[in-house]
Ligand binder design. Structure first.
Ligand SMILES: C[S@@+](CC[C@H](N)C(=O)[O-])C[C@H]1O[C@@H](n2cnc3c(N)ncnc32)[C@H](O)[C@@H]1O
Length: 386
């Protein structure tokens, strides 16, 4: 794997130097903490405080997850971080006893709404989606943050949307929580007539055309008022909806219902669910780098309202994520959009073809894999405007 030890100094313009030691990555930080003498203000806690204070006071947010060994360091020591409120630390530790149990959610769904509909993926067509733009693929292989399952998960999400765009002959597509243009360029490469608007909190505010086929809208998903009502054929959210904190998930769905043409479709891919509603926080961006207490307030409110599990997870890059249980799926999603028909779909490769036959020549050790984010279930929500 590519070493990224220089990222720290590149991204911050400064180095983490403590007691004369340059701590360029998480491994060096662990070694520094472990070397505490235990005497005279030189305990493990003292050394951790110096490191956490450095992060708190310096802007390293953009690339923190690329610093080698930093996630492992946070995993080991995050509960010692004084910037996380104690009530949330306690809630997180207590929540560990409660299993999220996604299978339980699927059973509940089947009892309430009937069988989960099957969505068949043709592995050959998935590989076409991967291969259409070699630079997007290479960029992805290099930036692959987690594992090969992440690479295929991402492309599978994009591929599903591509299948819908094709079958609906969708001309106007909105990609909410787009983050970057990998998907919109891929879709545009398949159909010269499609127009894609990428929406993200992180984009420059307002609507801007960036290429013939692609525009960006810097906005909260809760307010996309610059896009006219009833003008959109297809809305996609790839690994995005579960990150819309506070009430933005509910408001976003209302906006989607306003934007869609009759017969138009919206997709939440994947749909993250659990038998018990869960709030997941990536502690570094949500507490260490965020000095506004935004996430503290949002999470306390959600824990009170839903009796949710709280889960700290250093593997996710976004500060906030959710997994919906049946009650919150009904109250926050289904009942919010009575004019949209909601269907839960489960994906699998087509049975007529063996996925093992297909692999990427430049990544031969990566088996094609239809699971999303190493979940055993690969499900998405489809909404159709009636
Ligand atoms: C995990 S990333 C999405 C990845 C991307 N869709 C892809 O396929 O690679 C989640 C994105 O959601 C955006 N986001 C989070 N909350 C949002 C909100 N309330 N409104 C709009 N975008 C939001 C974040 O800025 C981030 O870029």
């Amino acid at each position: 794997m590519k070493r990224l030890s220089n990222v720290f100094s590149q991204s911050t313009g400064s180095k983490l130097v403590i007691d004369g030691e340059v701590l360029s990555d998480g491994h060096a930080m662990q070694a520094y903490v472990k070397a505490a003498s235990g005497k005279d203000k030189d305990t493990v806690q003292d050394r951790l405080l110096k490191i956490f204070t450095y992060f708190r006071e310096n802007d390293v947010q953009a690339d923190w997850y690329r610093i080698p060994g930093l996630r492992v360091f946070f995993d080991k020591y995050i509960l010692s971080c004084p910037f996380i409120p104690n009530d949330l630390k306690e809630a997180e530790v207590l929540s560990r006893a409660i299993a999220p149990n996604p299978r339980g959610f699927l059973q509940e769904w089947t009892q309430k709404f009937g069988a989960i509909e099957r969505f068949e993926i043709d592995p050959k067509a998935l590989l076409e989606t991967i291969e259409i733009l070699p630079d997007v693929k290479q960029d992805f292989l290099q930036k692959n943050l987690h594992s090969h399952a992440y690479f295929y998960s991402k492309y599978t999400e994009w591929h599903i949307t591509r299948c819908y765009q094709k079958s609906l002959k969708a001309k106007q597509v909105v990609d909410i929580g787009a983050a970057y243009n990998g998907f919109s360029r891929t879709l545009a490469a398949f159909d010269p007539n499609v127009q894609i608007t990428m929406v993200d909190l992180g984009f420059p505010v307002g609507l801007k055309k960036t290429t013939q086929q692609i525009s960006t809208l810097g906005a909260d998903a809760a307010d996309m008022s610059v896009i006219k009502s009833g003008t959109v054929d297809l809305v996609c959210m790839h690994n995005a909806f579960e990150h819309f904190a506070g009430n933005s998930d509910v408001e976003c769905l209302k906006e989607i219902s306003r934007l869609l043409k009759p017969g138009g479709v919206a997709l939440i891919t994947p749909f993250f669910f659990a038998q018990k509603h869960s709030v997941t926080l990536s502690p570094a961006p949500s507490f260490l780098f965020d000095r506004t207490s935004t996430y503290t307030q949002i999470v306390r409110k959600e824990l009170e309202a839903t009796d949710a599990r709280l889960d700290f997870n250093t593997r996710i890059v976004s500060p906030f994520a959710r997994r919906y249980d049946m009650e919150t799926t009904v109250s926050r999603i289904i009942e919010t959009v009575p004019d949209l028909r909601v269907v839960l779909k489960g994906c699998d490769f087509s049975e007529t073809d063996s996925p093992q036959k297909h692999s990427l020549p430049d990544a031969p050790n990566m088996e094609i894999d239809p699971r999303l984010y190493e979940l055993t279930h690969f499900n998405f929500l489809e909404f159709t405007k009636t």
